[in-house]
Design a protein around this ligand. Structure first.
Ligand SMILES: [Zn+2]
Length: 141
């Protein structure tokens, strides 16, 4: 890989992270579509319901691939090692860690953080949950 290619990849990753940060506030649903796969690899696309448009959804797959340095199939879907729909959660968790590397903010009563499942009853908005991986909810569609 040339220096120029490495720079392009780094630039695309930064852009992808910026776009995803803008589209996916903490506690958003990340919609995952299972595209197919083999016993060794599952393929997924990532979609976001667009709060602005009413005529459809935004395909975030390219941005997620760049943001998380994931491999893609010929059709652009994300390739995840392993079999089964639970592999989809690795994408959602990875997104949370990438977008909230220093922890995710509590969003109050609708907060998606796993801390609340583990007994944390403090829903103070803005409080930081230490693991950003639980910033988002997953919806398989
Ligand atoms: Zn919370």
């Amino acid at each position: 890989m040339t220096k120029a290619q490495k720079e392009l990849i780094a630039e695309q990753k930064k852009t992808a992270l910026d776009v995803l940060r803008g589209l996916l506030p903490a506690s958003s649903y990340v919609n995952i579509v299972y595209v197919g796969g083999t016993p060794a690899v599952s393929r997924f696309r990532v979609l976001q319901s667009d709060p602005v448009r009413t005529d459809g959804i935004v395909d975030l797959t390219w941005f997620v691939a760049r943001a998380l340095d994931m491999k893609t199939a010929k059709d652009g879907s994300l390739r995840v090692g392993g079999h089964g729909l639970n592999r989809a959660y690795t994408i959602v968790y990875g997104l949370g860690r990438a977008l909230y590397p220093n922890g995710s903010p509590c969003t109050g009563e609708d907060c998606a953080s796993n801390d609340h499942n583990n007994g944390d009853q403090d829903y103070t908005v803005g409080k930081i949950h230490s693991d950003g991986g639980y910033a988002f909810r997953m919806r398989l569609i």
